[in-house]
Design a protein around this ligand. Sequence first.
Ligand SMILES: Cc1cc2nc3c(=O)[nH]c(=O)nc-3n(C[C@H](O)[C@H](O)[C@H](O)COP(=O)(O)OP(=O)(O)OC[C@H]3O[C@@H](n4cnc5c(N)ncnc54)[C@H](O)[C@@H]3O)c2cc1C
Length: 384
Amino acid sequence: MAIDSPLDAVIIGGGFYGTAIAIYLAKQRGLKRILLVEREPALLSRASYNNQARVHNGYHYPRSFTTAYRSRVNLPKFIRDWPQAVKQDFVKVYAIACRNSKVTARQFERFCREIGVRIKPADSALKALFESHLIEDVFEVEEYAFDATKLAQWAVCELDESGVKIRLETRVTSIFKGPNKALHIVLQSKHDGDESITCRYVFNCTYSGLNQFAGDFPGTRIGLKHEVAELALVQMPPALQDVGITVMDGPFFSMMPFPALGLHTLSHVRYTPHIHWNDEPVVDPYRKLAHYDRATRIERMVRDAGRYLPTIFESKYVDSLFEVKTVLVKNEEDDGRPILFEKHPELPGCYSILGGKIDNIFDIIEKLDAEYLISESFIDREVR
Ligand SMILES: Cc1cc2nc3c(=O)[nH]c(=O)nc-3n(C[C@H](O)[C@H](O)[C@H](O)COP(=O)(O)OP(=O)(O)OC[C@H]3O[C@@H](n4cnc5c(N)ncnc54)[C@H](O)[C@@H]3O)c2cc1C
């Protein structure tokens, strides 16, 4: 089906960010003709699904105060806006390793107080799960998990209600600067071939694919780093079924409920990242993952995690999620997860956006609130 361009806005990428931004532009900013383009057959099927599903509350970031603090501020808003997608009925535990940890138990407690999050000593039954000679202390905290399939259901309903058009199995290959502030983009569809579309704004919400465009797209100024990450999906034994555990802060592991499948993910700082590379336009991260030999590292993950948490030896491996994880190069050391929000002066009207975590959506919306966006058919008057 041909698109009747010019459009007000094209959103590239139908993950959580692209869908939420399309809905925001239609509902809050009054943009009328919006097209959302997604290369996969379904929305929220890439990083927005293939992740650890943690709604961060700050605990994870003792080395990045800003990320921790923003998480603490954003979590209640996330629960307010997507209550149906937030799983709260499990116990969340942070344990501090005795050796090789970048934070001690006392430092962790102090940090939690500083960012204003709740923390209390875990009860004896929880403590008994851990090998006491390897774990300095164990805390019970408030942190939740999200169900990406529920976020996808929300997105489908809201996009429909907002009149946003959606093109699935379609890839944007190029972005060009046109006359009179117009932008031209080229779509490549499995079914309809190539098509060129004119619009006023482009929102590039493609996460790992941010710099994969030909034409006049200049690339992001902030450097990106990618890794192929493996999250093992496991069936936990009864003692761990309603528990999420993170061992801090170094080469340790996390197990989190994965509500979309009723399983847990198991990830390990040493074994989850399989390969990594710095972003360059000639290497397509999606293609790299598609050709990657996905040999699981579950045995190594469980062997190491089991030293700290022996009950995990009773877990049953089901499958693995593999995804490209993209972070900003500048956060390699501090593990922070800020946002990337770039306007491209060479391509006025084109924005590139990346949220390092799901709750960063509120930081992005705050940025967009400050943007002057022409809310009605600018193009009708100026281009046609
Ligand atoms: C292994 C892993 C673990 C993580 N754990 C957590 C966690 O526990 N908690 C948390 O908050 N965050 C976590 N994250 C980060 C979180 O997943 C991301 O911040 C979030 O999903 C980004 O959403 P997005 O919409 O930008 O990306 P995506 O969901 O990947 O959406 C981008 C979309 O763009 C599409 N696309 C790309 N190029 C094109 C193109 N040229 N044309 C058309 N479509 C295109 C892709 O197919 C994709 O659907 C994790 C990420 C990974 C990978």
